[in-house]
Design a protein around this ligand. Sequence first.
Ligand code: ATP
Ligand code: MG
Length: 569
Amino acid sequence: MRYSKYFIPTLREVPADAEVVSHKLMARAGMIKKLASGIYSYLPLGVVMIKKVEEIVRQCMNEAGAIELVMPSVQPAELWQESGRWDFYGKELLRIKDRHNRDFCYGPTHEEVITDIIRSYISSYKALPINLYQIQTKFRDEVRPRFGLMRGREFIMKDAYSFDVDDAGANESYKKMYDAYCKIFERCGLRYKVVEADSGAIGGSYSHEFMVLADTGEDFVISCDSCDYSANVEKAPLKNEYKPFAGEMKPAEDIETPGAKTVAEVAEFLKVPDAAIIKTMVLNVDDKIIAVCVRGDHELNLAKVKNYFDASIVDFATPAEIFDHTGSPMGFCGPCDIKIPVYGDFAVTEMGNYCVGANSKETHKINVNHGRDFQFEAVDDFRNAEAGDNCVACDGKYEITKGIEVGHIFKLGTKYSSSMNAMFLDNNGKRNPFVMGCYGIGVTRVVSAAIEQNHDEKGIKWPVHLAPFKICVLPLAMKDKDVVETAENIYKNLTDRGIEVLLDDRDERAGVKFNDAELIGIPLRVVVGKKTLADGKVEIGVRSTGESSETAVDDCCEEIVRKLQELSA
Ligand code: ATP
Ligand code: MG
């Protein structure tokens, strides 16, 4: 590719809303342009990057026996009503109407559509197992689109769906995808970790996430310091190791706490640690209002609450709902004398004489004890695991790191096939629902994650397999015939070998060419300058290590190919 005939609109300035390095560098390297919040145009270099990831994904999916198809992005509401998700998917589902006033949505995921395809064509066990995938644009109306392609509203996903005759078959399909995903992320040159995950809105019985470890990740990964257990914080379970409170119960009393509302403020006011306070969270669980108590220094885990109640939607109650059900203003709720069921996290069982909200403004109750002052409906694991908590699998302790979720695999079971009546005849002539799995990779998010892991202050450092061009050739004096001719020859020689080369044939200063090559992150560069050429040499530089060396012009293409192989190994 000739730079002068291509379109790489590099920028010096970073867009004001770019918070993370991948977003900054993608915008500066002319890969993406924002159109609206979370919605981006992929500029030519961005498209090349996306295609690189897609190529790796496609290869590994095909090798694993999955078959490619493409489903529509716009989906009719009827299918979502059949599966029951039309009412439960929430605000992330972009709902639209056609000219006949019929409801549609822009697909955030495709379980319904694929299940409809399979039930239409497959009626016998003989056609199973089957795994179909697509690489396609999704839309999710994210609450907080941010970080460029990392959390977009419109983004590209590879989604695959497997259909099996039974659970054992489904486990095998799951394992194949697990292995294929490992291969994909290895080929992409990413440092990643596979963790146990919560199944979220997709549902199903178990799942794993593939996390690229990076400080800018939005997910928290819990891992054990002595065994290889690791899980998303949404999932990571905690043991109930708490002994019931056995101390002497003091008389409870209401006290005024002017200006103190948050745990930190109340703790400061009372001169007690955060752990001596109980937070009472009022929640709306599938339209039923309940309260959950957790220790002041712990975080409530909504995914655990959702799973405990096997609920479709769990959200914090609105101030009006809180007032209606507890009589309390927002921020002063407590578990005593309220008419809704109160659940407790395991950790509160060992607490005694603690402080809670008194259900009236700027008032708290101290020396409260469950069993005496109020009753828990039940206690369970309702909080986030933290660094230092005991591992569920061994005697080790949890550690916490940040990760970017690039892939997610789910064992769905018969959730969709049952609700959508997708059945096949087994070898005894009996009708059974298909046993399903689904498997997603955020293709555009992988590009972001790769940059998060591979960059320096000058720009991107593409792992070789992902690099949009493997080599850039930089003639530094466009008016010098020898320089230009040598650069053209090298460009032709390498291109003829099937290598992706960018020839920077712009009439620009050397500094501009160097900066752009480093920003774009091309793994190898060949500098053709007047001075070295006078000695019959060119300079070959390696982006990842910053090393450079001079080579005779005649040998340079061989040397480049050798270096490229070295980098690819
Ligand atoms: P997250 O928790 O990050 O919102 P998710 O659990 O909703 O992700 P899935 O439904 O499992 O995501 O989707 C499969 C994959 O699609 C994810 O692993 C991720 O790589 C990608 N993905 C999901 N949401 C987005 C988004 N808003 N922007 C870019 N990629 C996304
Ligand atoms: Mg999501």
